[in-house]
Design a protein around this ligand. Structure first.
Ligand code: FE2
Length: 179
C-alpha cells in the first residue's frame, strides 16, 4: 500500500521523539521523499488543493508542522534563515531552485551581513532538501510550483531574519512572509 500522510506523521513523531537532532531530521527528509512518491497524496494535497498555505498537521507535543505550499505565482525569496528551527522542503510539482548561503562577515553586527553562495541546486518533484539550524537559503520557483515543508516548530512564532543582498541589511521576518 502506498505511503500515506498519516503514516508519515506517525513516523515523524517516532523519529523525532527518538532523535530531534540533525540525524533524526535527515530521517524525516527521506520519509518525506517517500510520501511525495505517492501520486495520490500529491494529487489530493498539492495538485487539487486550493491555493495558499495549508497546515496539514501540527504536533501538539513536539511542535513540528507539515505544511503544503500551494503556490500559484512564481516567486524569488531573499536569503533567510529559519530562526532557531530547521526546515525540510519537499518538491511536489514543478521545481524549486535553491541557493544555500554562508556569512562572510564575523556575524558581530546584528543589522549587517555579507553573504556568499555556497551551493546551488534544483529540487525536482519527489526530492527534499534539508536546512538545519541556522542555515541560510533562498528559493526561486516558477508558477504553480508546489511543495510540502516540514518545520521543527511554527516558524511564525519565532524570530527569523532575511538578508538584503544589495544593502547587506539584516531584517526581521514577519509571519506569513512564509518559506
Ligand atoms: Fe526557507
Amino acid at each position: 500500500m502506498a505511503y500515506q500522510l498519516d503514516q508519515f506523521i506517525a513516523d515523524c513523531r517516532s523519529i523525532l521523539k527518538r532523535d530531534h537532532g540533525p540525524d533524526g531530521r535527515e530521517e524525516v527528509r527521506v520519509k518525506l521523499e517517500r510520501l511525495l512518491s505517492n501520486p495520490d497524496f500529491v494529487k489530493k494535497h498539492c495538485e487539487d488543493a486550493p491555493r495558499g498555505l495549508h497546515v496539514l498537521y501540527e504536533d501538539p507535543e513536539l511542535g513540528f508542522q507539515v505544511l503544503a505550499h500551494i503556490n500559484g505565482q512564481a516567486r524569488v525569496s531573499p536569503p533567510h534563515d529559519h530562526g532557531a528551527s530547521w526546515a525540510i522542503y519537499g518538491q511536489a510539482t514543478h521545481y524549486t531552485d535553491m541557493i544555500e548561503w554562508e556569512r562572510e562577515d564575523s556575524g558581530g553586527d546584528p543589522k549587517r551581513a555579507e553573504l556568499k553562495p555556497v551551493k546551488k541546486y534544483r529540487l525536482e518533484p519527489g526530492h527534499a532538501g534539508i536546512y538545519q539550524d541556522g542555515k541560510i537559503h533562498s528559493i526561486d520557483y516558477p508558477d504553480y510550483a508546489r511543495f510540502v515543508r516540514v518545520t521543527g516548530t511554527n516558524l511564525d512564532k519565532i524570530h527569523r531574519v532575511r538578508f538584503d543582498l544589495k544593502t547587506g541589511e539584516v531584517q526581521p521576518m514577519t509571519p506569513q512572509q512564509a518559506t
